[in-house]
Design a protein around this ligand. Structure first.
Ligand code: ATP
Length: 233
């Protein structure tokens, strides 16, 4: 589905990713974990075309996508749910959802997708007329997820969805992630909540200092070993 080969990327003169190579299997949930500053978000940005790749290649279903502008990534079936939710605060919940299906090719599917979104997130239906800026952190995260799903992406990148949420809301969020992992879509989940992320994932990647330190099937992961590796640098 997604092949990342010896990718280097960073910010101006500062390189962050050092020859990152990964293979993301279709229809699976891969979680990328790792300490602060390991380069997880930078990798998602490189995939989305938000950052130039200075070396290596990124291929989606066999097609090179490095250099593809971010606005074309949605045409390629890729959507990112960014850290910090980034909902349109002055728009209603429903208007935010509609924005997720705004590109021309999605508009005809909008009513059906809206219905699906409300079925998956009933709280958003209750609050559909409310301004997104007045939602709780958990509700805003659900809205960001639902908006990302409005384009029915084949590859969904989710950056730290549990950040700053109360434990009960985190439970709810991971239950939704487990439901989203239905074998139909490919998901890359960046998370700090290691144990929860491993529990919901099919594959686990540990990043450290801009490199892949471990890539393993989730069912084979030994959490103790993972934690020891995690804190080893
Ligand atoms: P976190 O869990 O803290 O979000 P991360 O693994 O996602 O960490 P990145 O956000 O990818 O890490 O950051 C990797 C490195 O790149 C860090 O050293 C960070 O300071 C640096 N960095 C991130 N964004 C920028 C930027 N816009 N300009 C310069 N350096 C940046």
């Amino acid at each position: 589905m997604l092949e990342i080969d010896k990718v280097r990327a960073g910010y101006g003169a500062i390189n962050v990713l050092w020859d990152v190579s990964l293979s993301i299997a279709p229809g699976r949930l891969t979680t990328i974990i790792g300490p602060n500053g390991a380069g997880k978000t930078t990798l998602l940005r490189a995939i989305m075309g938000l950052l130039p790749v200075s070396a290596g290649s990124i291929r989606l279903s066999g097609k090179a996508i490095n250099g593809t502008p971010t606005w074309n990534m949605s045409d390629a079936g890729v959507t990112m749910i960014p850290e910090g939710r980034m909902v349109f605060r002055d728009m209603s919940v429903e208007e935010n959802l509609i924005m997720g299906a705004f590109p021309k090719q999605h508009r005809q599917h909008m009513p059906a997708r809206l219905e699906q979104a409300y079925a998956m997130f009933p709280r958003l239906h209750e609050r559909r007329r409310q301004l997104a800026g007045s939602l709780s952190g958990g509700e805003a995260q659900m809205l960001a997820m639902a908006r990302g799903l409005m384009s029915d992406p084949s590859l969904l990148l989710i950056d730290e969805p549990s950040l700053g949420l109360a434990p009960l809301v985190v439970d709810e969020l991971f239950a939704i992630l487990a439901r989203l992992n239905d074998g139909e879509r490919t998901i890359i989940l960046v998370e700090q909540n290691t144990a929860r992320a491993v529990a919901v994932a099919d594959h686990v990647i540990l990043m450290q200092s801009g490199k892949v330190a471990l890539s393993q099937a989730a069912r084979e992961v030994d959490l103790e070993h993972l934690h020891a590796l995690y804190f080893s640098r």
